[in-house]
Design a protein around this ligand. Structure first.
Ligand code: GDP
Ligand code: IMO
Ligand code: MG
Length: 425
């Protein structure tokens, strides 16, 4: 069997959590391959809403192995809290949860460094979730990070203190010693807890499962436009959010990748700073935010909203080799007389392009829009694609024609049940 990869094609929050939970019954293993607690993946079913940050979104499906892969940066304090919250709901997540020994550890000082570095950036700040993601990946690449497997070694505490002191020497803040004294007891407690979990060499488990013909779904976090190489740099996250990130973040060869599921919203949102060509600053943007409940699942910040950006979507499809598209939140567009879709950009020199320009930070581009007719009714009485309104079908058809990849799932609500399978997957 192969590893199917599911990833976001925009600036995150496309609805990955919902669709992973929906698809998980088809898989034996669900594995997160990058990011960390900056992610907020929402699942809704049986009238309850769950937001997962580090636990893979297959956790609510019976008998599926959920793996936190080596490409992830893991905050033990948040992880412990997440597992405990599930336990309060009667779900013992620890039974089916495995953590790669090679996943990097987020230390309390990584979070403090994140806040410090953002403050130094002033009005050039990234708008980070301040979960310590950037500093932890910096230490990984700088070859001085601590990994989950290190917690099993006698030298762990000494190595932790050494790295902590290195971090503290960077932060120029008088109150820093008292802050760390406040955070450390929780951290040590969480480390003790993590030691009791199933810490494994997950690259072996995944490849052995594949050899046994088990199906594996790799769950991406963030989105392609936040990718450290191909996103709107420097307003990006610090990991590879792409399909290749699934190979390096799980230890699977490119030849073992199967389907690439690209998840996108029927419009666009972004949280944090950085370029967003189709952003709407008017009533329409506010309406999208209201109808789509566009507030961050991790930080609660209002999400910036705008129309669908096809050049950006095509770019994300190209760099990931997407084989199937899932369109989310089409219900949010219900009630608009017309819906705009960006098909190209006008550059500052007056020329036009349908490619994503290298520089979107210092150069402002003007979207070129095509208008389509809107729809009123979103969810049809049956979960049958044929029963959805003709203008929504036209919208789906238009996007497919433009990008050349089939849209196989249309999601029309946050609940598991509000999902329409268009073509047999
Ligand atoms: P993720 O980070 O990609 O998993 O997405 P988030 O959970 O951060 O944000 C997606 C939000 O949209 C969540 O509140 C979901 O419950 C919600 N959602 C997902 N799919 C749909 C949909 O088709 N329609 C509506 N209205 N909401 C949806
Ligand atoms: P999910 O998995 C949306 C954004 C932050 C910020 C930038 C860098 O839920 O889609 P970081 O904390 O990584 O240093 O922040 O990336 N960001 C996200 N935006 N969804 C996410 O994850 C995000 N994770 C990070 O807002 O602009
Ligand atoms: Mg999210």
């Amino acid at each position: 069997m192969k590893v199917d990869v599911l990833l976001g094609l925009q600036w995150g929050d496309e609805g990955k959590g919902k669709v992973v939970d929906y698809l998980a019954t088809k898989y034996k293993v669900v594995a997160r391959f990058q990011g960390g607690p900056n992610a907020g993946h929402t699942l809704e079913f049986d009238g309850i809403k769950h937001v997962l940050h580090q636990i893979p979104s297959g956790i609510f499906r019976f008998d599926i192995k959920n793996i936190v892969g080596n490409g992830v940066v893991l905050d033990p304090v948040i992880f412990k809290k997440e597992i405990e919250e599930l336990s309060e709901l009667g779900l013992d997540a620890t039974k089916n949860l495995y953590v790669s020994r090679k996943a990097q550890l987020i230390l309390p000082t990584h979070r403090l460094l994140d806040a410090y570095q953002e403050k130094l950036k002033g009005n050039k700040k990234i708008g980070s979730t301040l979960k310590g993601i950037g500093p932890t990946y910096q230490d990984k690449i700088g070859r001085q990070g601590l990994r989950i497997g290190d917690t099993e070694m006698d030298s762990f505490e000494e190595r932790y203190q050494e790295l902590r002191d290195k971090h503290l020497s960077i932060i120029k803040d008088d109150g820093i010693s008292s802050k760390i004294q406040e955070l450390e007891p929780q951290f040590y407690e969480a480390i003790d807890y993590v030691r009791t979990l199933q810490l494994i060499d997950s690259e072996y488990l995944i490849n052995e499962e594949l050899d046994k013909k088990a199906s594996v779904l790799a769950e991406g976090a963030q989105g392609s436009l936040l990718d450290v190489d191909f996103g709107s740099y420097p307003f990006v996250t610090s990991s590879s959010t792409m399909v290749s990130g699934a190979c390096s973040g799980l230890g699977v060869a490119p030849s073992k990748i199967g389907e690439v599921f690209g998840v996108f919203k029927a419009y666009c949102t972004r949280v944090g700073s950085g370029p967003f060509p189709t952003e709407l600053f008017d009533e329409t943007g506010a309406q999208l935010r209201k109808q789509g409940h566009e507030f961050g699942a991790t930080t609660g910040r209002p999400r910036r909203c705008g129309w669908l950006d096809l050049p950006a979507l095509k770019y994300a499809i190209m760099i990931n080799g997407v084989t199937q598209l899932f369109m989310m939140k089409a219900d949010v567009l219900a009630g608009f007389d017309t819906i705009k879709v960006c098909v190209g950009y006008e550059l500052e020199d007056g020329s036009t392009t349908d490619k994503l320009p290298y520089d979107l930070v210092n150069q402002s581009v003007k979207p070129i829009y095509k208008e389509l007719i809107g729809w009123n009714d979103a969810m049809p009485s049956s979960a049958n694609y044929d029963d959805i309104s003709q203008s929504l079908k036209d919208y789906v058809q238009f996007i497919e024609n433009e990008v050349g990849v089939p849209i196989k799932i249309v999601s029309l609500g946050p609940d598991r049940s509000e999902t329409i399978i268009r073509v047999c997957l």
